[in-house]
Design a protein around this ligand. Sequence first.
Ligand SMILES: Cc1cc2nc3c(=O)[nH]c(=O)nc-3n(C[C@H](O)[C@H](O)[C@H](O)COP(=O)(O)OP(=O)(O)OC[C@H]3O[C@@H](n4cnc5c(N)ncnc54)[C@H](O)[C@@H]3O)c2cc1C
Length: 600
Amino acid sequence: MPEYVAPVADMRFVLDELTGLPGLASRLPAFEPASSDVVDSILQEAARFAHEVLSPLNRSGDREGARLEGGQVKAARGFGEAYRQFASGGWVGLSGNPDSGGQGLPHLLASAPTEMWSGANSAFGNCPELSTGVIAALEAHATPGLRGQYLPRILSGEWTGTMCLTEPQAGSDLAAVTARAVPEGDHWRISGRKIFITWGDHDMSDNIVHMVLARAPDAPAGIKGISLFLVPKFLPDANGVPGARNDLHTVSIEHKLGLHASPTCVLAFGDAEGATGYLVGRLHDGMGCMFTMMNYMRLSVGLQGVGIADRAYQQAVAYARERVQGRSVDGKARVPIIRHADVRRMLLTMRALVEASRAVAYVTAMHIDLSHHHPDPAERRRHHARVELLTPLVKAWSTEIAQECAATGVQVHGGMGFIEETGAAQHIRDARITTIYEGTNGIQALDLVGRKVLRDGGDALRGLLKEIEGTVGALAADGELAADGELSAMRTSLGQALAAMREAADHVIGGSAKDPQLPGAVAFDFLMALSIVTGGWQMARAAHAARQRLEQGVGNAPFLRAKVSTARFFSERILPRAHAHVAAVRAGSGSVTEMAEDQF
Ligand SMILES: Cc1cc2nc3c(=O)[nH]c(=O)nc-3n(C[C@H](O)[C@H](O)[C@H](O)COP(=O)(O)OP(=O)(O)OC[C@H]3O[C@@H](n4cnc5c(N)ncnc54)[C@H](O)[C@@H]3O)c2cc1C
């Protein structure tokens, strides 16, 4: 199986052309550290680490898995050493606050390495990504004391982090959380059982910092009575060194479909005196604080989808070049399967989905940075609204395309894809969880329609659609380029998909008050349609930028021509899917709800 090679050229193109990072770095202080040289060296070094260190452990980690021995989880062979190299390379704290030891780079720039860790070894990537989510929550909500004690250790990678939300009766519905927190002096005593905790225990770092949702005594019922607590595996002593073992232990680890090297733990808190924990944020505002972490993690899981999909693509291309089967259309020669049109269709579908979802994810990361750091408060609010709108798209669409790409990758391999030896099947197994954790894609779709579209009467959505319209207009207005057949066809199909999306939006916004089943019945199709249109928008922008560079003779011409071809394929073969999803939205709730339950 070929090792993962990070698609540095495409990442750089997206950063430069679609997010405008160079312009941001020259205009806004928060982006200043991301100079062209820094971007180059981050991308090159991360790509090297992913290729040389993480990728070779992907198969062995899958085969061996993590294991629980004598109450302690042991990471798969090689993972501990790789993690220590990762930490000493400064990768955990890439976008962390420099005051606490982070490197202060924009989230946008950190997106590319995040994708790489997952492309190379998604089981490994889960661990530092959770730490980064904990960092975001602590930076936003913890007291200065907690920040001072914990952030530098997590940012340096000495300690890792987890998120502990799920309980057997509380999955999607976190209002049902029953873990308890009882105040005791300057801390709390936490008790309860959490399930499915990713990297909930391991032997790669000196300490593990759990972010735990629990209820204080007399807390209001439901979601408004949940608080967030920091609960370390080892309690730091006066010098900040991990000391006494806290009252929590690993009951078991799950045997699961994929991500075998990422331990999924059942954790018992407070079986004896109660685990010592510290309140993060305000009492009863745990969900608000946890959302800082969850929104970060949703972007990470989206990037995980992109990474796995790209790995599946790379592997399928390598196989398609090698495997000889069938003859050329003129019948003269036996050919490698990459010459067959149907195999090219599969490879281009994967490639187009990967490039479009990458672009949407990085552009969302740019809006995150601008929502924090833009000097104008009105602009910060506008970017925040865009982040809110795009986050469910990044999480759900990137992980849906990961399923499609991983499955298509197996198809390209023919029968060998079904045989574990080729490694193509691992991507299906690893990708499968990404549509489920961090809020299932069904929940993402409900979030999009209910909270992000209906709640503001469609304002944020209309802003996005207006911007897409602006690109359609710009493509038409750009003199010579507008006359270019390929670009003008892309413009037409984007314009048609945009018009259909507007109809879908009107249908949902206009119909939901009359039909309360409508949002739930059509949310997933709505999300898919909007994602595909947004992906098509980014691909059209990419094609436009690539054509401009070609005209000016700037950059790598074969790469730029391939970009235009991929965008054309997206426009002709993927964008039309949006119309099917819009038709499903317009069909409404009837066929979804009419059948009696006992007929299932
Ligand atoms: C490998 C793995 C790692 C995980 N890591 C973590 C972790 O680190 N920390 C953590 O806290 N949790 C973790 N989880 C838990 C994960 O986040 C949950 O499994 C997920 O949120 C779904 O919850 P559930 O499994 O209870 O499914 P359920 O909530 O029971 O959902 C079942 C189905 O019903 C649908 N559904 C549920 N409610 C609604 C509704 N209101 N409207 C419409 N449809 C609905 C869902 O979309 C889904 O299709 C992990 C899970 C796994 C398997």
